[in-house]
Design a protein around this ligand. Structure first.
Ligand SMILES: Nc1nc2c(ncn2[C@@H]2O[C@H](COP(=O)(O)OP(=O)(O)O)[C@@H](O)[C@H]2O)c(=O)[nH]1
Ligand SMILES: [Mg+2]
Length: 688
C-alpha cells in the first residue's frame, strides 16, 4: 500500500431482510476480487463472513462481520449485517459507521419487514443508499416490479445503474447504464464475462435510465443544470462529478441487478462502488470529526468480538486524524483511560492483517483492548474532545429466568455472561431483587437460544430456563388498627412488648411511611426504632402471598411495656403480630406491573393485534398511522407479555415488531389474584 488517503476509502453496510443474499454477495465480492480462490456457500457453512459456529450451524448471520479488500486503488470495508429481527441492533450499528447503506432486496421476495427497518435506519442516520436487486437468477425474479416497489415505498431517487439482461435461468448479464455497455457472463458461476454492446432490445431502456440519472445529477450544479435545460450535452467528467455528489447527498440511490451465487454482475457493481460511492471526504465532518489525516484522531468503537478463534477484538471506525500502531496509546474518552495498543488489524471474516497506521475512514479491529465498550469514543490523550453520540440499540423484549444446571455452572456464570454482554448490546442480565430470578433478556427466542448455545460452547456453562416470575406486590385498600402483644413471662428473664399500629393506604408509588405518634411514653423512646425496623423487615414479605407490601403508612400510636422484661426483640416480635393482622384486616390486594407496549404492524394485522390485547387483559391507548404501518399503543400486564415476541411473530408472519417498558403497578383482578395467591401458598409449603 502506498500513502493512503481518506478519499480512497469506501465503506458500506450490506443490510436487508434475512436471506436476501448479503453474505453471499460479500463472498462473491471476495472471490471476484481474487481475495479467495473458492467461493463458499451459506448452506455449506463455509463463507468468509459467517465464521462463527452458531452461524455455520444455523446457516444465518447473527452478528456483523467485516471484510476488507482493495479494488481500483480503493480500500473497501464491507460490513455484512445480520438480517433477522432478533439482531436488528447490529444492523443499525453497521449503518451508523459505514459511509453507505447497501440495501438488498430479493428479486423474488421483494420488500420485507427488515428491508423497511434497514431503510428506516438509513433515513435516521441520513446515510447514502444503494439498492441491490439480488438473486436475479431465481425463478420468478422480477426486477421491474421490485424496482417499482422500492420507488413507491422508499424513494423515487432509486434509479437503476445496472439493468438485468434476461431473468431467472435466462439471466445472462447486466447493462451498465452510465457506460452504455453490456457484460455477458458464462453460465457456469465462474464470474467470467465479456464486454459487448447493449443488446438491441435494451437500447432504449438503457437510454432512458441514463437520462434519469443525468437529470438527477445535474441538480447538484446550477450552472450545469441550466446548460442541460437548454439542451446542451453534458460532458462525461461533469456527469461523473455531479453524479458522485448526488449519491453522497441521497439524490441518487443507485440500483443494481445481480446474482451472487451465479456470480453475475458483481465485478461491475464493485467497480461502480470504487468509482461512485462516497468517500469519508464526500460525507464530510461527522459530529465535529473532520475526515482529514491532520485532524485530531477520533474513532468510534461499534463492535466487540470475543470469539474463540480470534480472542478479543474491538472494532472501530476512524472518523478523523491518523494513528500509528507503533508505540501508541489510545485514550478512551468515556472511561478516561489511556491504554497501550499492540496492533491494528484489517479484518476479513475471522482473519486479520496487521496495518501500521490507520487514517480517517478506516474500519479496523484492535486486539486485546481492555476498556473499550460499544459506543465509546477513542482518541489520543489531549486530542479529540467530544464524545460521539452513543450507538442506539433496541430495548430487550423477551425474557427468560436462567438457572445454572450445577454448582460448577453457577461458579462460571458471572464471568461468562459479562463477556457475552460486552459483545451483545441488545442483551441484559439482571437479578430481580423481588423475585430473585436471574433474568436474561434479549430480542426474541432465537436470540436467547443463541446466547445459551454460546455460553455452553465457549465457556462450558449450562443453563436451564423458565418463565420469569412476575414481581407482584401487596398493598391495602382501607384503614385498619391492630394491636400486637408479645408476652413470655414464665420463669427467668421474660419478654414483653405491646404495640398499637394504625395502617393506612397511600397513593400508588408512595412506598412506605412510618409515623410515630406515641404520647406519654406508652412505648419508651428507645424501643420505637425497633418497631420501625421490624415493619421495614416484615413488609418485604407480606401476609397475603409473601410479596413486598407497598404504598401504605404505619402509625404507632399506643402500647405498653414492662420495666424489666421489655427489649428491642420483644417489641419487634410484637410489631410482627400487629403487622400480619393489620394488613389482613385492611382489605389487602395484589398488585402487578403493567407495561407500556408499542406494536408496529402492517395495517391488515391491526384487528388481530387489538383482539389479542383484549384476550390478554390489555388496554388499547391509541393508534397512529406511519405510511403502510400502524402503531398500536397499549398497556398490558407483564404477566401476559413474556411470550409476546413469539406470539406477535406468528400472528403477523414476522411482519410485526414491538417495544415495551414498565409503566406502573395496578391491582390484579380478583379471580386471577386468587390463583396467584394459591400458587404461592403452595410454593411456600413446598419449600418448608
Ligand atoms: N439463487 C440464488 N440464491 C442466492 C443468491 N444469493 C443468495 N442466495 C441464497 O439465499 C440464501 C440466503 O443467502 P444469504 O447470503 O445467507 O443471505 P443473507 O441472510 O442476506 O446474508 C442462501 O441459501 C443463499 O445460497 C443468488 O444470487 N441466487
Ligand atoms: Mg447473512
Amino acid at each position: 500500500m502506498g500513502v493512503r488517503k481518506p478519499e480512497d476509502t469506501r465503506s458500506f453496510a450490506l443490510c436487508a431482510h434475512g436471506g436476501a443474499g448479503k453474505t453471499s454477495l460479500a463472498e462473491a465480492m471476495l472471490f471476484d476480487n481474487g481475495n479467495i480462490t473458492r467461493m463458499g456457500s451459506v448452506q455449506n457453512g463455509n463463507t468468509v463472513s459467517d465464521f462463527q459456529s452458531e452461524e455455520q450451524k444455523r446457516n444465518i448471520s447473527i452478528s456483523t462481520s467485516l471484510m476488507t479488500l482493495e479494488r481500483k486503488g480503493k480500500t473497501f470495508y464491507i460490513l455484512d449485517a445480520p438480517g433477522y429481527a432478533d439482531f436488528t441492533g447490529e444492523m443499525s450499528a453497521a449503518i451508523r459507521v459505514a459511509d453507505t447503506a447497501v440495501i438488498l432486496v430479493s428479486s423474488v421476495g421483494g420488500i420485507e419487514v427488515q428491508t423497511s427497518k434497514a431503510w428506516e435506519y438509513a433515513e435516521h442516520h441520513n446515510a447514502p443508499v444503494s439498492f441491490v436487486i439480488s438473486k436475479m437468477d431465481r425463478e420468478n425474479a422480477d426486477f421491474d416490479k421490485v424496482l417499482a416497489d422500492i420507488k413507491s415505498q422508499f424513494s423515487n431517487n432509486a434509479l437503476p445503474v445496472f439493468l438485468p439482461i434476461g431473468s431467472a435461468d435466462k439471466f445472462t448479464g447486466v447493462v451498465d447504464v452510465l457506460k452504455g455497455k453490456a457484460y455477458m457472463y458464462k453460465p457456469d458461476g465462474s464470474g467470467k464475462f465479456t464486454e459487448s454492446e447493449v443488446p438491441a432490445d435494451m437500447v432504449s431502456s438503457c437510454e432512458s435510465a441514463k437520462e434519469a440519472l443525468i437529470e438527477a445529477a445535474v441538480e447538484m450544479d446550477d450552472a450545469l443544470m441550466e446548460k442541460y435545460l437548454e439542451g446542451e450535452s453534458i460532458s462525461d467528467s461533469d456527469l461523473e462529478r455531479t453524479f458522485k455528489q448526488a449519491v453522497a447527498k441521497r439524490r441518487i440511490m443507485p440500483v443494481a441487478a445481480l446474482s451472487s451465487t451465479m456470480n453475475i454482475g458483481v465485478p461491475q457493481f464493485m467497480d461502480f462502488i470504487a468509482d461512485y460511492f462516497p468517500s469519508p471526504v464526500d460525507i464530510g465532518a461527522v459530529e465535529g470529526a473532520e475526515p482529514k489525516v491532520d485532524a485530531p484522531f477520533s474513532a468510534l468503537c461499534f463492535k466487540i468480538l470475543a470469539d474463540a478463534f480470534v480472542g478479543k477484538l474491538s472494532f472501530m471506525r476512524v472518523y478523523s486524524g491518523k494513528l500509528s500502531s507503533e508505540g501508541s496509546n489510545i485514550y478512551n474518552l468515556n472511561q478516561g483511560e489511556d491504554e497501550r495498543i499492540s496492533s491494528f488489524k484489517l479484518m476479513t471474516g475471522k482473519d486479520g492483517k496487521d496495518v501500521k497506521e490507520v487514517i480517517a475512514g478506516d474500519i479496523v479491529a484492535i486486539p486485546k483492548l481492555q476498556s473499550a465498550r460499544v459506543g465509546h469514543t477513542l482518541t489520543t490523550k489531549g486530542g479529540f474532545s467530544t464524545q460521539f453520540k452513543p450507538i442506539e440499540f433496541p430495548k430487550p423484549v423477551y425474557s427468560v429466568a436462567v438457572i445454572a444446571k450445577s454448582r460448577a455452572d453457577e461458579d462460571k456464570l458471572g464471568n461468562a455472561i459479562s463477556r457475552i454482554l460486552e459483545e451483545d448490546c441488545s442483551l441484559t442480565f439482571e437479578k430481580n431483587p423481588e423475585t430473585r430470578d436471574n433474568v436474561l433478556s434479549g430480542m426474541g427466542d432465537m436470540h436467547i437460544d443463541i446466547v445459551l448455545a454460546k455460553m455452553k460452547e465457549r465457556y462450558g456453562v449450562e443453563l436451564d430456563t423458565k418463565t420469569p416470575q412476575v414481581p407482584y406486590r401487596e398493598t391495602i385498600r382501607k384503614m385498619s388498627e391492630a394491636q400486637g402483644k408479645h408476652k413470655k413471662q414464665s420463669g427467668g428473664h421474660g419478654q414483653y412488648g405491646d404495640v398499637y399500629i394504625r395502617y393506612r393506604p397511600l397513593e400508588r408509588g408512595a412506598g412506605f411511611e412510618f409515623i410515630d405518634s406515641v404520647v406519654g411514653g406508652a412505648v419508651p423512646r428507645n424501643f420505637i426504632p425497633a418497631v420501625e425496623k421490624g415493619l421495614r423487615e416484615y413488609m418485604t414479605a407480606g401476609p397475603l402471598a409473601g410479596f413486598p407490601v407497598v404504598d401504605f403508612s404505619a402509625e404507632l400510636y399506643y402500647g405498653s411495656y414492662h420495666d424489666v422484661d421489655s427489649s428491642e426483640m420483644s417489641f419487634k416480635l410484637a410489631t410482627r403480630l400487629s403487622f400480619r393482622k393489620g394488613i389482613m384486616d385492611a382489605n389487602p390486594v395484589l398488585l402487578e406491573p403493567v407495561m407500556d407496549v408499542e406494536v408496529t404492524v402492517p395495517e391488515r394485522f391491526m384487528g388481530d393485534v387489538m383482539g389479542d390485547f383484549n384476550s390478554r387483559r390489555g388496554r388499547i391507548m391509541g393508534m397512529e398511522g406511519h405510511g403502510k404501518l400502524q402503531v398500536v399503543k397499549a398497556q398490558c400486564p407483564l404477566a401476559e407479555m413474556f411470550r409476546y415476541a413469539i406470539i406477535l411473530r406468528s400472528m403477523t408472519s414476522g411482519e410485526g415488531s414491538f417495544s415495551m417498558e414498565y409503566s406502573h403497578y395496578e391491582e390484579v383482578p380478583g379471580d386471577i389474584a386468587k390463583k396467584v395467591i394459591a400458587a404461592h401458598k403452595k410454593e411456600d409449603e413446598d419449600e418448608e
